[in-house]
Design a protein around this ligand. Structure first.
Ligand code: 0GY
Length: 309
């Protein structure tokens, strides 16, 4: 009999996801897609990758689907978390259990073969993630990434980019050379203590305008300095991130995407109430038409192009 491998201890100080999220007061439109969420393990079933930079608490597909239903979300896009490295088994297992209600973004190595790519495609994978955040990956060699990009382009997939805003000037040329549509995580992680109409975020939006780029207006909880609390007595969670997200929604109404980022890896300050993240939406998409595009029409075009809501 094989001996069971004991679970690794969770990273000290790790914040567990919010177990009893509030029922949102804002009702999401039918067909809403959460385009940024992850699965962690469970590690006893899907062990984490040896090269990972953190060991999280478990966050299973069943728990993700329960959150989906609680929030009034219809579909998920599950982004491979770095703690699973390039082993996409847990994510693919979740796609297969979703009854067609989830798509995936994989992490792959440059030597991946066509057979494996086709199997990922059949399971519902529609893109790969290139991660440039130094605390999450050891390196991001452009030659390797270019090779991956060349292999996935014929499948009609796209590339999800995760980087820090300070690195955009160095990376922009490489990004522009990639042969697929690009999807940027968390608005390119702006420094929200700077003005939303200042040079840094304006440069990011010029990059969006000049290329085939979609923007996830996600992760206010990760970017915010003011946090989830009321501001000046008003119920305005993550108020300092709002001008950035709102500017992206207004300038690129057809290329913005929303998501929860559940189970919120590597937060150290607070763990967001996912119900509150839904209540945040009307602050950044102020008209019903903007919300319909952000939450339903845009993600359906990208991930379920031939399906009705
Ligand atoms: C996010 C952000 C983070 C982590 C990951 O895959 C990951 O480990 O994406 C982070 O630590 O900023 O998008 O979930």
């Amino acid at each position: 009999m094989p001996t069971a491998v004991p679970n690794s201890p969770i990273t000290p100080g790790w914040l567990d996801w919010y177990h009893n999220p509030s029922a949102p007061t804002f009702t999401l439109p039918p067909g809403t897609v959460d385009t940024h969420c992850h699965i962690f393990g469970p590690q006893a079933v899907f062990p984490f990758a040896p090269e990972r930079k953190y060991t999280p608490c478990d966050a299973s597909k069943k728990q993700l689907f329960a959150l989906r239903d609680h929030l009034g979300v219809s579909r998920n896009v599950i982004v491979q978390a770095t703690c699973h490295g390039a082993d996409n088994t847990a994510m693919v297992d979740a796609l297969q259990a979703s009854g067609g209600r989830a798509r995936g973004i994989a992490a792959v190595r440059p030597d991946i073969g066509e057979h494996e790519l086709l199997a990922l495609d059949a399971a519902g994978v529609r893109g790969v993630r290139f991660n440039f955040v130094r605390r999450l990956v050891d390196s991001s060699p452009e030659d390797d990434l270019s090779l991956i990009a060349k292999k996935i382009a014929p499948l009609g997939w796209h590339i999800v980019l995760y980087f820090e805003s300070a690195d955009l000037p160095d990376l922009e040329g490489f990004f522009a050379s990639l042969p697929t549509p690009l999807v940027v995580d968390h608005m390119g992680r702006p420094d929200v203590t700077r003005p939303a109409d200042g040079p840094e975020f304006s440069r990011f939006l010029r990059f969006v305008a000049a290329n085939d780029v979609w923007v996830k207006v996600t992760c206010p909880e990760r970017l915010s300095e003011t946090g989830p609390a009321a501001l000046n007595g008003e119920h305005r969670p993550y108020a300092d991130v709002v001008p950035f997200a709102r500017r992206a929604v207004e300038e690129f109404p057809d290329r913005v995407l929303w998501g929860t980022d559940w189970p919120h890896p590597n937060l150290t300050d607070h763990m967001p109430d996912d119900g509150l993240l839904v209540d945040y939406v009307p602050q950044i998409a102020v008209t019903a038409e903007q919300r319909q595009r952000l939450l339903v029409d845009n993600p359906m075009r990208l991930y379920w192009p031939s399906e009705e809501v």
